[in-house]
Design a protein around this ligand. Sequence first.
Ligand SMILES: [Zn+2]
Length: 226
Amino acid sequence: MEAEESLRTTFAEVGKEYGFEKIEAEFMAFKEFKVRWQRSYKWAEFKVSDYLADAPLEVLKGLARSLFSRIMGQGEENYSESMVEWITSPEFSTYKQPVYLRRSRNITRSQKGDVKDLSASYDRLINMGLLERDPSVCLTWTKESNIRKVGHCSVLMRVVSISNVLDTDAIPDIVLDYCVYHELCHLLVGFDPFSNKHGEKFVSLEAKYPNQAEAEEWLKRLCMYL
Ligand SMILES: [Zn+2]
């Protein structure tokens, strides 16, 4: 495979600059976007998310540099600028989102639950002026119940999943909407290479929700967290 080959040669070249002698790199079909690596002395092995299989050479080079410098304790940054630019481009989520959805086993891929409709939540949030409609976002219920965790947001794939525990009339809309809004705030804030998930910007955005205190109270009673 051509892509595998350029990954291997790129990592081998960059690794040599850092004094490594034997370098292995291959693409893996991880569900989440990630890189795994192992090293010992002058040997290093990388398993790189195949979401990068069509990335330009420059992006792979940037990734290799940031990884090797991290391994050598020379840098903290996970991702190079070119890489962040690539994985946060609209094209990236357009092409990778369907793959991500196929790999996500615990989602229904539907906004309609048994009782509640996530698209109705989304509409209400838009009507409240909290959001603008974004057709690239995929909202879905989970299949299995996440009893504690309300939802999940993949910022890169633009997918928000909400626990089907909330798919009941026992939960008021203001609680469900708040949970949906919380996950969507992650998209509004955007990808953070330092994965500072609930930073200052996030907290102030989230606080725009009018019934935040009441919704938080509900979640506390349900022993659920965002
Ligand atoms: Zn969150």
